[in-house]
Design a protein around this ligand. Sequence first.
Ligand code: M6R
Length: 613
Amino acid sequence: MCGIVGYTGAGQAAPVLLDGLSKLEYRGYDSAGIAVRDGEAEPVIVKEKGRIADLKKKIGSEDNVIGTCGIGHTRWATHGAPSETNAHPHHSDDNAVVGVHNGIIENYEEIRAKLKKKGYEFYSQTDTECIIKLVDYYYKKYQETPIEAIARAILRVRGSYALCLMFADYPGEIFCARNGSPMIIGMTGEDAFVASDVPAILNYTRHVYYIDNMEMAHLKKGGVEFFNIDGDRIEKELVEIKWDAEAAEKGGYEHFMLKEIHEQPKAVEDTIHSVVKDGNRIDLSGVGLSEEEIKKISQIYIVACGSAYHVGVSSQYVLEDLAGIPVRVELASEFRYRSMPLLQDALAIIISQSGETADSLEALRKMKASGIKTLAIVNVVGSSIAREADHVFYTLAGPEIAVATTKAYSTQLVANDLLAIEFGRVRGLLTDEEAYRLVEEVKSIPEKIATILEDKNRIQWFASKFANAHDIFFIGRGIDYATCMEGSLKCKEISYIHSEAYAAGELKHGTISLVEEGTLVIGVCTQSEVFEKTVSNMVETASRGAYLMGLTTEDNYSLEDVARFTVFVPKVDEHFSTSLAVVPLQLLGYYISLARGLDVDKPRNLAKSVTVE
Ligand code: M6R
């Protein structure tokens, strides 16, 4: 989604802004712009539709944007088409206020109508222009400080935003506010930075402040001050970012996605070791869940979006089987608008890589408001979901840049596996020995993923054969069906080939009519209880002309009699088979996209973190 970078200090702003924006490219965007101010001079605003490279071309020489204070933005269109006019920064009619904004102002039409009556004109279709002009209106009407005018404006607007503004009367200064959209402030020596995401400023500083909802910041050369909505000064804690900048680089791989696929063994191992202590004991003290709390859980609600939701679908089988707790898995975007009776002794698990997904955050808030205890499984430290949840289990995937998630997904799976084992042990469904054995199985996953990756050339060959496929169907039962959902999403989001995940037993209730000569059907068969059943469903599609690919565990060699191409993954306790079976499907999606010459890391229309509804 949109990205923000701001800088004021001793150096030139434009190089910092452009560098920062390029670090946010992975979030997805369709236009970009910067505004740079040289002392008291009017800001120079340059905007362009397309990539940062197009913006740089338009700027030409950096001498065209001289100045030590500036703000920049990458826009992912919500209100108004991607265009130079709708790109940020936006400005008031006389340039008294210039700004960039992430998020959505829900009542922008009402604000626009009010301001039009006061004589304001609007040149764009954006909600951003409305909030900037609203600040300008209050600033002039009440002759207030920028902080007072911003506070007045944010009390008037509804929605989520991260806002960065420069005022003509305050050269060298940047004013920020947030509600719902992430924003961090970094300081080093005389230089002050603001950004919507850590990678944007990681080259310059690793010490940051997190601004909370309805708080504001005032940046100037050598200092930053924070304010609450009443305009009172507040203190903030400086937090050290532990990621290294290198972790957010491609490190010799052609794409971030391939790099991240290969980082899975380490990411999964680090996540396991964050809670598994000596003697295979699972220690959830860092997560903050006590044994008494675990014993009381009568129901688990898992709420998430996209791939994180697929983790929930797979984990429900593991949690129900090992911990004996009923589980409901809900799409956050649906759950937030549903009036579903919630059991009071329940635990809500919110899964999110970014910790900023708007629907997941709202679902978390709804759970909390209903008195349900919440546990977030989150990758980004200090993100909104992590900060608002009662308990947090941090996955240790490191920065994930490719839009298509791989390593974060895998770490979320093992986090849930370990919760299921510990819940089962504490609640007496598993003996210490059984829990120990299951932890050993989970600990074997990283090495087994590494083995699968060694065989990637075979998958690449197969991917090139089906690079022009029209439809792909992924079928499986139980946990395998959950794996199919993720395999199908990986395929469609980066290869743009239509695909569907189907519970194998449901095919003959309608969908099988779509199968025709040559349709690729991928059967995932890792669960012994339903192995034969899924194989029968695969055969049914083959009789209608399907080309069959099978995905199963070593030893199930009979699948080769049915499928024309079979991939084998190492054996693991069947509860955890998604962790292994998903890897060839991630590779398949990657290599199909590569063979089609697509933008693997930044697929069209998608953003890394979906911070709007
Ligand atoms: O940051 P989150 O885990 O909350 O993101 C949820 C989804 O947007 C995300 O998993 C999305 O589906 C991925 N792009 C899929 O690869």
